[in-house]
Design a protein around this ligand. Structure first.
Ligand code: GLY
Length: 365
């Protein structure tokens, strides 16, 4: 079993990674959150597949199990879903020490995590991510929350899990488009922190896309280690944790405006892919970084099958308008994470609108 340890000043937890680990969930949870009962909040599409395995394993470890689910779409990550989950927890008498276990992708993890942060002022929380995106990003680091009609992730908390259990076998049933989307975050980790991870991805994309078990474990382990190291250095995002937003300020503008376009929409990872390319174009044009970084980035994203240019983006003034409303704006300046070289980025807020507009034009095909 691969283990990554995340140590914070008031809390420490392990992220454990192995194929088939969901079958051992009961004993793993019992070691960190022993109690009479436990509640599972699962992605509703997993009720026939992984949820029964998880229930059986918890029952074997002598938990009375409340097994609930929620639909996994982003539009269900809201207060209505939370109210429904609180009702289920109360009716089955879940207590202060009953763990809540999230089984699914980022939407389920964020919602279940916010329920765990707030139910009875906070109960133990276990993450079992089943998508690559959730494994290498959302399930590690304690950011939980839901959307409001006014925008995404506008309410939430930092509620660190007691344990993260990653069964890499679940990647086998992930739609290929979602696997590629998760890889966008792995490419991001290479650019912001680890040139050797980037080079490893360049060499191993084929094995990963072919779902070779050893390659998947190494992929997840290396990326979780980077995420954990960044979170350990800056738990509440007062500094370098913002480096994880590389590609995301541009990417969120794509996601937020695509309702205005009439063509197919971009998934999160695809928007981040385009966002990383736009940010790197900007960095190269501004003389902040060598063009070889852009060439390697575009080359790797192409190999993965992620977009590096798009014809169906909203007009640039709309994209820029959304960037100005983003949470990452401070004092009216758009804050961007730009590469300095492979494996290193900086946060800048001095780029003129004309440079940001030019970067958008570079990714428009
Ligand atoms: N997903 C970005 C972060 O956890 O900070």
């Amino acid at each position: 079993m691969s283990v990554v340890e995340l140590k914070l000043s008031h809390h420490a937890y392990r992220i454990v990674i192995e194929p088939g680990l969901l079958g051992k969930l009961g004993e793993l949870v019992h070691a960190v959150a022993p109690h009479r009962s436990a509640a599972i909040i699962a992605d509703a599409s997993l009720t026939e597949t992984y949820q029964p395995t998880v229930v059986a394993s918890l029952e074997q470890a002598k938990y009375e199990v409340l097994s609930t689910s929620m639909p996994a779409g982003e539009n269900h990550k809201n207060l209505d879903t939370m109210r429904h989950l609180y009702d289920a927890l109360l009716s089955s008498h879940q207590e202060r020490n009953s763990p809540i276990i999230a089984l699914g992708g980022g939407v389920v993890g964020d919602t279940a995590g916010f329920v765990a942060a707030s139910y009875l002022r906070g109960v133990p929380f276990i993450q079992c991510p089943t998508t690559l995106l959730a494994m290498v990003d959302a399930s590690v680091g304690g950011k939980v929350g839901v959307n409001l009609p006014q925008g995404k992730n506008l309410i939430g908390a930092f509620h660190q899990p007691h344990l993260v259990v990653i069964d890499t076998d679940t990647l086998g049933s992930l739609p290929p488009r979602e696997l590629r989307g998760g890889l966008a975050e792995c490419v991001k980790h290479g650019i912001i922190r680890d040139e050797s991870l980037f080079a490893w991805l360049e060499e191993n994309v084929g094995r990963i896309l072919a779902l070779e078990s050893e390659a998947l474990v190494e992929l997840v382990q290396r990326n979780v280690q980077i995420k954990a190291t960044v979170v350990m250095a800056d738990e509440k995002e007062s500094g370098q944790r913002a480096h994880l937003n590389f590609g995301h300020t541009f990417g969120h503008a794509i996601e937020a405006t695509q309702k205005y376009t009439d063509q197919g929409s971009h998934h999160h990872g695809e928007a981040v892919s385009l966002g990383m390319v736009a940010a790197t174009h900007l960095a190269v044009t501004a003389g902040r970084c060598d063009a070889s970084v852009l060439d390697r980035l575009v080359g790797l994203l192409d190999q993965i099958g992620l977009p590096t240019s798009a014809g169906n983006l909203a007009p640039t003034d709309q994209l820029l308008g959304v960037m100005r409303l983003d949470k990452k704006v401070s004092d009216g300046q758009i804050r961007l994470v730009l590469p300095d070289q492979m494996g290193q980025v900086s946060i800048v807020n001095d780029q003129p609108d004309s440079a940001i507009e030019a970067a958008w034009e570079k990714v428009r095909s």
